[in-house]
Design a protein around this ligand. Structure first.
Ligand code: NAD
Length: 369
């Protein structure tokens, strides 16, 4: 019997509503044991700004550092559009990612059989799709220096962003990719632009060398990132884990996301390096969607992305593979039974609310056990 510590940060807008679904699942797990979760909740984003003038406090950061995993809802909304840039709601999330050194961003794209018709691609191309995009999150062109716009005279300006990667940054994300692949179908496709970018040449070299250093059981292939984008919409089921940098990962993960239909269905995880002593990684789990102020407070948001993010926590932070499988199967069962929130309901179908969807998933968990 082990008790794990979770920090729940529901945030703003629909964040607290969809987090309700996670609370229900945790309640179900705790009632059954043997392992249980001790839950602490705190403020982040606009809610934290309203309370104490910062989008995340040092005390909350301390709790996040100490927790076994952070479960994050969403932040932001028009109410905080005019607050100073460094305390805007999103700054709380960026500080969490930076201070916890969450360099590996996992974006699964799973098509539940009952929703295969909702994809913009043909049903046969996406039915049963289960791929994972692993994006490097703390390096590359979004952070490289120099990053500036300078006046070069004659009415001209020059904008510079710097794509920069060091060996260690590529090596640690490559290791994460190979280890994740071992828990799946055992295949990694690394994507870069080595034909035109030096960072792509180094990326390719380091991924290849890391693979040779103890991961030969995993199949490694390489693809140019632009060709990868084409293949994602031509034949997405050919992939298992796609490993890529921050910039290409940003784009490719959004492309893959849309293969699956709705924003309300997409979970994500961000992981740090394994601790040298305990082997445990710092981790934050969050839905891909934002705070959806347009539908907040109406009990109509889809909690599935949030609950599926918690299932990722069970899988990647707590090695509770069986429980993670069961939560995902419960989501699939509820969808197969025709239950839909408004965002995934077909025209004319009756939709259920956020609370009811959470209850239905817990009922399906109970029924299957
Ligand atoms: P959004 O993801 O909040 O919403 C986009 C659209 O999708 C909206 O129409 C919304 O109603 C719908 N939607 C989103 N999640 C849904 C769900 N679970 N169920 C049903 N429908 C859902 O993106 P946006 O409107 O561009 O941004 C709103 C706010 O959220 C902004 O302040 C933005 O900065 C913030 N944001 C935060 C995060 C985050 O916390 N990680 C991510 C993206 C956007």
């Amino acid at each position: 019997m082990t008790s794990y510590n979770l920090l729940l940060l529901p945030g703003d807008g629909i964040g607290p509503e969809v987090m309700g679904g996670v609370r229900k699942v945790i309640g179900w797990i705790n009632a059954r044991g043997p392992d249980t979760f001790e839950v602490e909740e705190d403020l982040v984003g606009g809610a934290a700004y309203d309370d104490h003038g910062a989008s995340i406090s040092d005390a909350t950061m301390d709790k996040a550092t100490a927790a076994d995993a952070v479960i994050f809802g969403a932040v932001g909304g028009p109410k905080w559009d005019a607050v100073p840039y460094d305390v805007r709601p999103e700054a709380g999330l960026l500080r969490l990612r930076k201070d916890l050194e969450l360099f590996a961003n996992l974006r699964p794209a799973i098509v539940y059989p009952a929703l295969a018709d909702a994809s913009s691609l043909k049903k046969e191309l996406v039915e049963g799709l289960d791929i994972l995009i692993l994006r490097e999150l703390t390096g590359g062109v979004y952070f490289g220096e120099p990053k500036e716009i300078t006046d070069i005279g004659n009415g001209q300006k020059r904008a510079v962003d710097t794509q920069v990667y060091d060996t260690y940054e590529i090596e640690r994300i490559a290791r994460a990719a190979f280890e994740l692949a071992r828990t799946r179908q055992g295949r990694v496709c690394s994507m870069e632009k080595r034909n035109v970018m030096k960072s792509g040449v180094l990326w390719n070299e380091v991924v290849t060398a890391t693979h040779a250093d103890g991961y030969e059981d995993v199949e490694l292939t390489h693809m140019l990132a632009d060709a990868g984008g084409m293949q994602l919409v031509r034949a997405p089921k050919q992939f298992d884990v796609i490993l890529t940098d921050n910039l290409f990962g940003d784009m490719l993960s959004d492309v893959a996301a849309m293969l699956t239909g709705s924003l309300g269905m997409l979970p994500s995880a961000s992981l740090g390096a394994p601790d040298a002593v305990t082997g445990k990684r710092k981790a934050l789990y969050e839905p891909v969607h934002g705070s959806a102020p347009d539908i907040a407070g109406r009990d109509i948001a889809n909690p599935i992305a949030m609950i599926a993010s918690f299932a990722m926590a069970l899988r990647y932070s707590f090695a509770m593979t069986d429980l993670a499988d069961r939560v995902e199967a419960a989501i699939a069962a509820v969808l197969a039974a025709g239950k839909r929130t408004a965002d995934i309901a077909a025209a004319g179908d009756e939709a259920i609310g956020t609370e009811a969807m959470g209850d239905a998933i817990v009922a399906a968990l109970e029924e299957a056990s």
